[in-house]
Design a protein around this ligand. Structure first.
Ligand SMILES: NC(=O)C1=CN([C@@H]2O[C@H](COP(=O)(O)OP(=O)(O)OC[C@H]3O[C@@H](n4cnc5c(N)ncnc54)[C@H](OP(=O)(O)O)[C@@H]3O)[C@@H](O)[C@H]2O)C=CC1
Ligand SMILES: O=CCCC(=O)O
Length: 292
């Protein structure tokens, strides 16, 4: 497989690029804060000085950026992808963004003769490290077929969902459900605790029943220890709720549960919890009325 470019060495990008290196791919990385490339360099990656420099060197470049402004910035700004993308080169944006952002990027890349695929992922830090992501791609099928060897390393399953926007929408629907579940779970933990039950026993009961799931199992024990080491930062979960609610607006879908969950994530952000794991929304539900 050709050398792969990788833009964005955050929690996910670093784990994914490291995984590609471990599996024998040649990788050139770039990050806005350059020092975050150091560890990758120690493991054999080359470092590009700009997104454009990475695209110039590599036939295929992957992006894993925080949000729509970041995803647009690496494409359209000075030193961005558009300066070097051309016929025969492909850009694969794996960031979680809305369909409109993805379409803007796709149109600009294609106008320069390049190919584009959106490919957001389900799965967090650990699945990224272990190559167990679920990849939700859409866009140019030819590029999908060519990048599959890399997807096979990064994920346990890849979907091709058709036209650009479908991957972004699928990802937002999934994360809207996940964020709402995390709110219900947090409320339940607080309700158990305040009504004199053991939250730990609640976790055991949940795990044996019809609503057992990997998220409760993985996050529950650390939540009841008030430990929120970020795997999926809360600020990104709130961004996904906001983008999913906008998708609901466009399609006239009433989403009262997601809207309430979004408010809780906003509240958590406003109290300085945005950089912690999204499970820190639990803290919002713990706040009790001051006693008279
Ligand atoms: N963490 C998770 O569990 C998952 C995250 N995602 C999604 O993946 C994406 C990345 O998430 P994650 O790795 O957790 O996020 P991080 O916050 O850890 O990393 C964000 C990355 O985006 C870069 N960035 C931010 N703003 C800009 C900008 N204006 N220009 C250029 N680069 C910028 C950061 O660079 P710098 O270091 O300079 O700040 C960093 O490399 C997000 O869209 C997220 O929603 C999807 C699945 C799971
Ligand atoms: O976007 C983040 C998703 C996190 C997960 O799927 O566990």
């Amino acid at each position: 497989m050709e050398e792969i470019g990788f833009l964005g060495m955050g929690i996910m990008g670093k784990a994914m690029a490291m995984n590609l290196l471990r599996n024998g791919f040649k990788v050139t990385v770039w990050n806005r804060t350059l020092s975050k490339c150091d560890e990758l360099k120690e493991h054999g990656a080359s470092v590009g000085e700009s997104p454009a420099a990475v695209v110039k060197k590599c036939k295929y470049t992957i992006g894993m950026l925080s949000d729509p402004p970041a995803a647009l910035s690496v494409v359209f700004d000075k030193g961005g992808i558009l300066e070097e993308i051309s016929s025969g080169k492909g850009y694969i944006d794996m960031s979680t963004v809305d369909a409109e952002t993805s379409s803007k990027i796709s149109e600009a890349v294609i106008a320069k003769g390049g190919s584009f695929l959106e490919a957001p992922v389900s799965g967090s830090k650990k699945p990224a490290e272990d190559g167990q992501l679920v990849i939700l791609s859409a866009g140019e099928k030819g590029l999908y077929d060519k990048i599959l060897p890399a997807f096979d390393v990064l994920g346990k399953k890849s979907f091709f969902l058709g036209e650009v926007g479908n991957g972004a929408k699928m990802k937002l629907v999934v994360n809207m459900i996940m964020g709402s579940m995390m709110n219900a779970f947090s409320e339940g933990l607080v309700l158990a605790d305040k009504s004199g039950l053991s939250p730990k026993t609640l976790l055991d009961v949940l795990d044996l029943g019809a609503i057992a799931n990997p998220m409760f199992k993985m996050k529950g024990p650390s939540m009841i220890q008030n430990s929120y080491n970020p795997a999926f930062p809360l600020k990104h979960q709130q961004k996904d709720m906001r983008l999913a609610l906008a998708l609901g607006d466009e399609n006239a879908v009433s989403m009262p549960v997601a809207a309430a969950a979004n408010e809780a994530f906003k509240k958590a952000r406003s109290t300085g919890l945005g950089d912690l794991d999204f499970s820190a929304v639990y803290e919002v539900f713990k706040v009790t009325e001051p006693s008279a």
